[in-house]
Design a protein. Sequence first.
Length: 230
Amino acid sequence: MIVYGRNAVREAIRGPRSVHRVWASTSTLREPWLSGAGIEVRPADAEAIEQRCGAAGHQGICAEVAPFRYADAAELVAVPDALIVALDQVQDPQNLGAICRTAECAGATGLVLPERRSAVLTPAVCKASAGAVEHLPVAQVRNLADFLVLAKAAGMWCYGADADGTVAYDELDYSGAVVLTLGSEGRGLRPRVAGACDVLISIPLRGRVESLSVSAAGAVLIYAAAHGRA
């Protein structure tokens, strides 16, 4: 796999994945975190880097890394007082990357994705997450509703974000083990996933726009849960 962008490459070097080699522009070669990484670094111009990674937003660097290893969802559920973010068919790589970045920064235990009809951890997601995916356990499950049933059986509270939720997000006690579930762009939570949640929660909207993006809603809810557990 080729990852690109300064933050994505830097965090890949810092994380558990093997980094085989790096291609960097003249200016990027001077980055102190790169010179001391102990990894083969090859000089390359912007055109060559873009050709290799297939993206114009490479910021003068790309790297060949080992494939991403997904975590085991059952192991995430088993973590004491876990805070897990579950995404129901979020398909935009930018949204997935942004939510991964927020979850990692807030100290979430991990993130869970369905195997089908969902964005996966591509190089674009790695860059959008600013490298957060290198440090955040991400699991894939066959069926998200079944995963929520598993989480509840393990003693976790499952909260689903829904515009028509009957409880405001800031009225909850987020202590203990919690799963925050966010729906897809446009459609929101599917009925079976919503039905598997203990409570549907909403974010009050006081402006003229009818909804938040899933990544913005995720930031509000993830930090609310993290703050409630501090």
